[in-house]
Write a protein that binds this ligand. Structure first.
Ligand code: NDP
Ligand code: GDR
Length: 326
């Protein structure tokens, strides 16, 4: 039975990935931080077979201990401060976790598997935010990186460190450059879930409006459940590499609003959406769209859920949760 250790197991992707690996017969371990993490019960209730290890990406010895206790064949580094807007307010902390945390984990693997570091396969959660203001459209694995936030800069560090450890020590270290992916498990701070939750409440007459920032921003949005499959596929390849994972279609926040409100029978949403310029970012990423040809050709990966289905799934899930009083 292969063994996997997942950092960020309490997050959206961590939950989907753990489910996928358990279904494939893996022994799944997760790193969990904090003395009283409110999401520990969520993981234990949903995935009772996952074994949790206390640890933090900023605490190197906790990573070494988690590796010793789990002795994994595969490590998926999904842990990060992942909210771009927050990364300006806590730039130094974001750098400690999202950038330096990657180095800590790579070093911990090297210490743990000192005889042969390539025996532990490593996945790094890189991001389309690394492209930022890149001029090339669509973005590929070769596109020049031009990050626009402390989060994006931190992800560039982690991305290059992953490549460097592959090249320096022969580690099987792969980097998935994933474009935005969403689901009913998406954190409520991200724009898609903020909208789906608000639209459900507005549709049920419990709320009047939602306040947003830049609704002209365009993203390449896919479904998280599809994207964790690409992570797993990367670690099954004979050699490690970097892959863009995306749908190839770009949509605006306005497009998301159109479909979400239509789902609750509101065609003109203008009275229900307010603008607050405090929600604008110091530097915005205007348009992202990925070219996932390499993932398609080498990994045989393609997204299954399209944009309208994604919006519908999220709004329906929030309608059901709101009706049940969650
Ligand atoms: P989430 O924000 O849902 O989850 C982040 C996870 O990181 C949580 O489990 C959180 O744990 C954990 N974490 C935060 N700080 C630390 C720390 N100091 N040490 C250990 N773990 C920590 O993110 P997603 O699931 O959406 O994303 C997973 C990864 O993929 C992230 O690295 C993200 O940056 C990256 N990514 C995500 C994309 C997306 O569209 N979702 C696209 C591209 C990349 P806790 O519960 O304790 O806070
Ligand atoms: P993003 O996701 O920054 O792309 O990072 P987010 O959903 O936060 O923003 C997407 C776009 O929507 C605009 N926007 C708003 N965003 C939020 N959160 N709240 C608002 O009220 C709002 N109004 C408009 C933003 O300005 C932005 O242009 C996500 C994260 O998961 C990262 O960790 C990941 O690396 C990238 O996706 C790929």
């Amino acid at each position: 039975m292969p063994t996997a250790l997942i950092t960020g197991i309490t997050g959206q992707d961590g939950l989907y990935l753990a489910e996928l690996l358990l279904a494939k017969g893996y022994d799944v371990h997760g790193l969990i931080r904090g003395q009283n993490n409110p999401r520990r019960d969520l993981v234990s209730d949903l995935l009772p077979d996952v074994r949790l290890h206390a640890g933090d990406l900023t605490d190197m010895s906790s990573l070494v201990r988690a590796l010793r206790e789990s002795d994994p064949d595969e490590v998926y580094n999904l842990g990060a401060i992942s909210y771009v807007a927050y990364s300006w307010e806590n730039a130094s902390l974001t750098t400690d976790v999202t950038a330096k945390g990657v180095l800590n984990l790579l070093e911990a693997i090297r210490l743990h598997a000192f005889d042969d570091p390539s025996r532990v396969r490593f996945y790094q959660a890189s991001s389309s935010e690394m492209f930022g203001a890149a001029q090339q459209v669509p973005q590929t694995e070769r596109t020049l990186l031009w990050p626009r936030s402390p989060y994006g800069v931190s992800k560039v560090f982690g991305h290059h460190m992953t490549i460097n450890y592959r090249e320096s020590y022969g580690m099987h270290a792969s980097s998935g450059i994933l474009f935005n992916h969403e689901s009913p498990r998406r954190g409520p701070e991200f724009v898609t879930r903020k909208i789906s939750r608000a639209v459900a409440r507005i549709g049920l007459g419990l709320q009047d409006h939602v306040t947003l920032g830049n609704i002209d921003a365009r993203r390449d949005w896919g479904f998280a459940g599809d994207y964790v499959e690409a992570m797993w596929l990367m670690l099954q390849q004979p050699s490690a590499d970097d892959y863009v994972v995306a749908t190839g279609e770009t949509r605006s926040v306005r497009d998301f609003l159109d479909l979400a409100f239509a789902h609750v029978g509101i065609d003109d949403w203008s009275a229900h959406v307010r603008h607050d310029e405090r929600l604008l970012r110091p530097a915005e990423v205007d348009v992202l769209v990925g070219d996932a040809s390499k993932a398609r050709e080498v990994l045989g990966w393609k997204p299954r859920m399209d944009f309208p289905d994604l919006v519908r799934t999220m709004v329906e899930s929030d309608l059901a949760a709101t009706r049940q009083g969650w």
